[in-house]
Write a protein that binds this ligand. Sequence first.
Ligand SMILES: Cc1cc2nc3c(=O)[nH]c(=O)nc-3n(C[C@H](O)[C@H](O)[C@H](O)COP(=O)(O)O)c2cc1C
Ligand code: SF4
Length: 434
Amino acid sequence: MNQDQYRILSKRFDRRDGHKLAAYEADGGYRSLKRAVGELGAPAVREEVKASGLRGRGGAGFPAGVKWGFVPQGAETVYFMVNADESEPGTFKDRLLLDYDPHAVIEGSAISSFAVGAKLCVIYIRGEFGWLVDRVQKAVDEAYAAGYLGPGAFGGAYELEMIVHKGAGAYICGEETGLINSVTGQKGQPNIKPPFPAVSGFLGKPTIVNNVETVAAVPWILEHGAAAYRRFGTEKSPGTKLFSVSGPVRRPGVHEIPLGLPFREFFTDWLGGMADGEELKAVIMGGSSVPVLTAAEAMETALDYESLAAAGTMLGSGGMIIIPARCDMVELIQVLMHFYWDESCGQCTPCREGTGWLHRIVKRLRRGEGAPEDLALLERVCDGMAGLTICPLADAAVMPMRSFLQRFRPEFEALAAGRRATEPDSRWAREIRS
Ligand SMILES: Cc1cc2nc3c(=O)[nH]c(=O)nc-3n(C[C@H](O)[C@H](O)[C@H](O)COP(=O)(O)O)c2cc1C
Ligand code: SF4
């Protein structure tokens, strides 16, 4: 199968000087923005994106065109924010778009801003991606100089200001209301919803937040049409999706696939199967916050929102972690629980305390200091967290915790019965303590 036929978002990743404006324009770049402003108008752009069925690629999979429609009609001031915080463990796809095709992200952001009537667009880039802040800023400068952004753009028909904002270095700043607060200069802590940002966000005005990959698909959709986009993927999960794959497979990295592709085919044809001497044990399909699947479950599912939900997990951000047979699942969940505990913003007691408890109980199990009751205690702590907090970070810890306990229970039971983990101080555990 020719895998290149599915490359909509990644088609320019190998392009020499692909990040520069001249190369982007030579490849037809900014044609969609010109057409959107000069020919189509905002309502038609919104309709086309809605018809394409493009779903948000930041994790929740909410349809982009529908979200844009939540901006109150007649709102005078609207803001658009591009979520390039990309901090979910296992996820590293947006950084490639920002690095190799920043103008596609800028053009998609400008069209999306135009569609919702925003005059200011903020691209919020994860603080640790310092070099990408420079990369995108240079591309934004080029777009201003070429007359695609700023005063006088399109003969005054659409003047958009675009700001590149360096993030504050916290996972929680990727949650959309945390991101908005961070841009405002406040602590990057989420707000209770409603109101949703589309109604009241940045400075109390309607604000649309979309993921990098979501906006990067928009120029292609306008150029080729919603029907062409729908030729990829399934009815409910149209289009293509970037998966960032880590773990001991032959071809790890970022792969673009049509949604609905059976995992088995992806694993064999795209990833080339496991590396020599490795055996598949489990798969985290969509970033560390989604439930883990056993190898057998993974092999029976397909990579789209509905199939993964039916399999008991989620597509999430597409951060796929391939787990080999040699992996100690209790050690892995200890690493993940440490992450959520460390990244909890601390506003909600169930999250602030619960993530700490989950981490400590797993840690003591691994030290050989656990007790058989600890497994029930882990479940009880999860029950006291799920769905009870301001934002979904607590659920993002609970979902993997519960699924590890359910699917790999014998490994927890062996520790709870008094066996000490063979290597409690393995490299991962040492790294997270340092
Ligand atoms: C704890 C947490 C972290 C998140 N991190 C990100 C992130 O790094 N990037 C992202 O696009 N969305 C992230 N999200 C989801 C955003 O809140 C939001 O749903 C998304 O940016 C909307 O864009 P989309 O509709 O295009 O997917 C996060 C959500 C939570 C709860
Ligand atoms: S759930 Fe956790 S991260 Fe989210 S607002 Fe509450 S304390 Fe903060």
